[in-house]
Ligand binder design. Structure first.
Ligand SMILES: [Zn+2]
Length: 202
């Protein structure tokens, strides 16, 4: 599954998992140091949002340069918001090609979730299992925005909803780790619900 995609400099200093993939900064690590890719560490999540850091490498973002990865609802619905924080361009491009949860269409999210043993959870851990997230989208949008606004999620998770400033500065469509044409994404998206393509590129 690990493809021949060079690890960008910012991600090269991250710890690696057993497959050799850099472990994203916001991923929850249990008391044994084992990463759980479907579970965000809410403390780290809020740290990167408060300090303008990249959610993948944990280093500062450039002002006005925030790259988002999300499904069509997050990206293009009139009121679409995100849970995952922004990233550097090179970190986001790496993740969208290599990260199993994004790049592999039939990868089961449950595999990693099942590795979390209750005894290995930090007593004070605050995390939110993305397992309850909606079904995986038919494709992902890689987009750039200059500014985000945060709203408390108010769902008991301690997370924020992230509202990017739109219209998008850049929009790309990706599926199974490869870029696809907008027309292909349009076909996959099917008949749009009201408001579903408010921020779709012209
Ligand atoms: Zn980064």
């Amino acid at each position: 599954l690990v493809k021949e995609v060079p690890i960008p400099f910012n991600l090269s200093k991250n710890d690696r998992d057993r497959r050799g993939l850099p472990i994203p900064f916001i991923v929850y690590r249990d008391t044994l140091g084992v990463p759980h890719f479907t579970i965000d560490d809410v403390g780290k999540l809020n740290l990167v949002l408060a300090q303008g850091l990249c959610g993948l490498c944990g280093n500062p973002l450039q002002p006005g340069e925030m790259w988002m990865i999300g499904g069509p609802l997050s990206a293009f619905h009139a009121e679409g918001m995100y849970i995952e924080p922004p990233a550097h361009e090179e970190c986001a491009r790496y993740a969208i090609q290599v990260c199993p949860f994004i790049a592999a269409s039939n990868y089961s999210r449950r595999i990693e979730a099942k590795t979390l043993k209750p005894a290995a959870i930090h007593d004070e851990a605050r995390f939110h299992d993305n397992e309850i997230a909606p079904p995986r989208p038919p494709f992902f949008a890689l987009t750039r925005t200059p500014v985000i606004t945060l709203f408390p999620a108010d769902d008991g998770s301690g997370k924020h909803h992230i509202l990017p400033q739109r219209p998008w500065a850049v929009v790309e469509f990706w599926r199974n780790g490869a870029q696809i044409a907008q027309e292909e994404a349009e076909t996959m998206a099917g008949e749009p619900a009201p408001g579903a393509r408010a921020w779709w590129p012209a």
